[in-house]
Design a protein around this ligand. Structure first.
Ligand code: F6P
Length: 460
């Protein structure tokens, strides 16, 4: 059996369940075959010699963690400057927020080259390499330039935008050509596949060999939609465990006379938080019966605070929350409880279960696992309702959610009202169907499908 090598900017310890679903799923695959997980390490002094930057740490489950330290300048240009200052906004359709600076692109290329050099020294001839996300798009091209012939797959966790948005990215042809160094490219949704196909045919003049394979630059690229899922059983087990149950009991007691709504997000401009607050405000304005009743707990975990746009979105969100609370609060009721910090992972399912309604309303999102977690955490006998943006990848699967356009404030407010009033039988039926879907397409199925497809492709 070939060894699996996973490469991602952030590495986790798959033996620790608190590392999250992806780490657990990849850990699962890594432990089966034995494996290596490679990613970015610490920021170190630029004078640190290359041979002192690579660290190997064997874990107790046949998995070795390998990290490469980066200089401050390289890390800033690669992570903050290019990955999160250019690729993240462009891939989320926000050309207006992208800051193109050639120095950042240089750092992105340099770091990908450094990663490739360090990784190549650790590879075995029959390794299977699985690269994750937008930080590392050119990694396979750099590995090929060093003579690596192993099978290499790539999974993009964020959306792939339409052709003309991609085409506005300076250097898009270089970036997209780099995909051809992979044997398989996985995207989150069928919508993303439509964009890839259109881009490749129109901009890269690729030949469409079949629905899922394209020829260009003397290479063949296979691509497909592999929507990522949850580790459903572990999440349900976490919902039944004491920390979540205690959170649930406390919230039930506190909100016995009210209706709890929940939003859990990283504080990111792609998540549509200001639009969500405006819809909630409209609900309170237009439907006075919801005042003193509907209470929104919004967790907005700090994220990428070194990037300017994240400071702006925080100020906007806080001003909206403050104004809503100022205008509608009573001595014994505050409409929005806003927490600018992450919630302890083990408590999260308790909050989901206490809520009657979840608001998952990104303006664009690759998948959005909060939507799936909310479904998994519900009590099937008395489930809450999911209000989900049609622009989240998850909307392709969770068609039984109340799908909304988050830019349409009035319609979103009406959908929230519908969710608050939905009869039990309808809630049960919708929940049953969504639960069956997330069970069938869980994270283990995702990882198996991707790796089986990659194994099917002939190596470079
Ligand atoms: O959605 C892409 C993603 O990489 C997620 O996998 C992850 O939860 C999130 O962004 C975190 O981003 P960062 O590593 O920049 O904190």
């Amino acid at each position: 059996m070939s060894r699996l090598v996973v490469v991602s900017n952030r590495v986790g310890d798959p033996s620790k369940p608190s590392s999250g679903g992806l780490a657990v799923a990849l850990g699962d695959a890594l432990t089966k075959s034995g494996g290596l997980w490679f990613g970015a390490g610490e920021v170190v002094d630029a004078a640190t010699p290359t041979d002192q930057r690579l660290h190997l740490k064997p874990l107790d489950n046949k998995v070795t963690l390998a990290t490469l330290d980066l200089s401050r300048e390289d890390y800033d240009g690669y992570y903050r400057g290019y990955a999160n200052g250019v690729l993240w906004p462009v891939f989320h359709y926000r050309l207006d927020l992208a800051h193109f600076e050639s120095g950042h692109l240089d750092a992105y290329r340099r770091v990908n080259r450094q990663f490739a050099q360090a990784l190549a020294s650790l590879l075995q001839p029959d390794d299977i390499i699985w690269v994750h996300d937008y930080h590392l798009i050119p990694l396979a091209a750099e590995l090929r330039a060093l003579g690596c012939q192993q099978r290499i797959g790539f999974f993009l966790h964020i959306p792939l935008p339409p052709q003309l948005i991609l085409a506005a990215l300076p250097g898009h042809d270089w970036l997209m050509r780099a995909l051809f160094a992979y044997d398989l490219v996985g995207l989150q949704s069928e919508a993303d596949m439509v964009h890839l196909r259109r881009y490749l045919v129109a901009e890269a003049h690729a030949e469409e060999l079949s629905e899922h394979s394209f020829g260009a630059f003397n290479r063949m690229l296979r691509a497909g939609a592999f929507p990522i899922g949850l580790d459903v059983d572990s999440f349900i087990a976490m919902a039944e465990a004491p920390p979540a149950q205690e959170t649930l009991a406390t919230l039930r007691q506190q909100y016995a006379q009210r209706q709890l709504l929940v939003g859990i997000d990283r504080l990111d401009y792609s998540k549509g938080l200001p639009q969500r607050m405006k819809a909630f405000r409209t609900l309170l304005e237009r439907h006075p019966e919801t005042r003193q009743q509907a209470t929104l707990v919004q967790i907005a975990a700090p994220s990428r605070e070194e990037v300017e746009a994240y400071g702006d979105i925080r100020r906007e969100l806080e001003s909206l929350c403050g104004a809503i609370n100022g205008d509608f609060s009573e001595l014994d009721w505050t409409p929005i409880r806003y927490l600018h910090k992450p919630l302890e992972r083990e408590a999260v399912p308790g909050l989901y279960r206490a809520a009657k309604v979840a608001l998952v309303t990104p303006l664009r999102d690759g998948m959005n696992l909060v939507a799936k977690e909310f479904v998994a955490a519900q009590d099937p006998a008395d489930p809450g309702v999911l209000v989900l943006s049609r622009f989240a990848g998850a909307a392709e699967q969770l068609t039984e959610a109340l799908l909304v356009n988050p830019y349409d404030t009035d319609a979103t407010a009406e959908a929230i009202l519908h969710a608050l009033k939905m009869p039990l039988e309808e809630r049960q039926l919708r929940h049953q169907r969504m639960l069956a879907n997330i069970r069938e397409h869980d994270v283990h199925a995702w990882q198996r499908r991707f790796l089986e497809t990659l194994m099917d492709v002939s190596p470079a």
